[in-house]
Structures are given as C-alpha cells and as structure tokens.
Design a protein around this ligand. Sequence first.
Ligand SMILES: [Zn+2]
Length: 221
Amino acid sequence: MNYLNKINKMEIKKNGQMLSNEFEGYKKIDGYNATQTEELSKHYKKVLSLIGENPEREGLVDTPMRVAKAMQFLTQGYHQDPEEMLLSAKFQEDYQEMVIVKDIEIYSLCEHHMLPFIGKAHVGYIPNKHITGLSKIARVVEAYSRRLQVQERLTTQIKECIQKALNPLGVAVVIEARHLCMAMRGIQKQNSVTTTSDFTGAFNKNETRSEFIRLISADLH
Ligand SMILES: [Zn+2]
C-alpha cells in the first residue's frame, strides 16, 4: 500500500494551527500540593544558603516557595498517564494515510543537571482502524517532557505510548532540542542542537521514513 500519495498538506497546516490554539488554553496545574511545596521550600532555602546567598534578604524571601511551585509544575508529568490520554480520545476511522503533528514545543529538564532542554517534537503515525485527537498527541509529548528526562528516552517513550495505545501501522518521532547544560556550562556550545529519532512499523521502510522527514522539514505554513 502506498501511504504517501494522498497526504493532504493543507490538512497538516490546519492541524498545526489547531494545535497551537489548543496549546494556548492548556490546562496548567493550579492547585499545588501544600505539603510538597513546604518541604521543597525548606530544601531550596538551604540551597540558597549553601551557594552563599542570604535567604532572608528581601528579594529572596519568597524564592524557595516560588521555586518549589515551579518545580512541581515542571515535573507534573509524573502524575499524568499519557496512554490514558490517547485511549480517552480513540476513535474508529478507516483513514490510513500518514498523520503528522509537527513543531510541538518541548520544555523539559535534563536528568543529569536538572537544567532545561528546549526544542520541538515532530510526531507521525499511520492509523490502523483507530485515530486519536490531534491535541492528544501534543499532550502525550507534554506529559513525558514534564519530567526529568534524557532526550533519547523521551523520544522512545512517546513512540511506544502511541504504538501501544493506538496500534497504528507505524509511529515516527523526531525531536530537536538545545540543552542548556551544554550551552551554560561544560563545553559551552551555545548553538548545538541534538536530534533524536525513533520509528516503528511502516516507518522502518526507507521510502515512508524519507517522506516523513521531508514533510517535517518542509515549511508548509
Ligand atoms: Zn544535562
């Protein structure tokens, strides 16, 4: 079967726009766990002292609490079930062409330095009787990136989750990211971008994979 003939570029563009709209209304965690905030705050206050700061000075008084909340936000993925997100919006559909959601923003923390890595994920799949809501693909990316991560594992987890939940004919995930631990410390390579990719099923065929790469590389907007 040739999956490549009927790819509708306008559809991809439309989906991309829909996605960014839904991102704007993204549900942020509004209630923080009070016990966790308090415990984390105590530790961050200690950290401030240990790096030579005075945690009692005006500008820093509320910092431990703010950092505690920020850290809970940035790691909220531990409390989310990405597979369930897909299953909650799984629909029967005979569509068997490549579906691509590209330029999904990623804000994650590297597990080695707990510094951000920032970039974009491009996800494709070829449905096999089931599709999911396009925003759910972005939510899966979000749920796995809001944890302490390495880019390689993040890529594979997204791929495996979609493969398991939807059982498509193939899944493709490409992530491009800049790691601040590389830019700010260590070898201080400001502009290096790390690219990771992982594929299943039909995307292991050269032709299909190349088409996916071509479409995510093209500027369709
Ligand atoms: Zn790092």
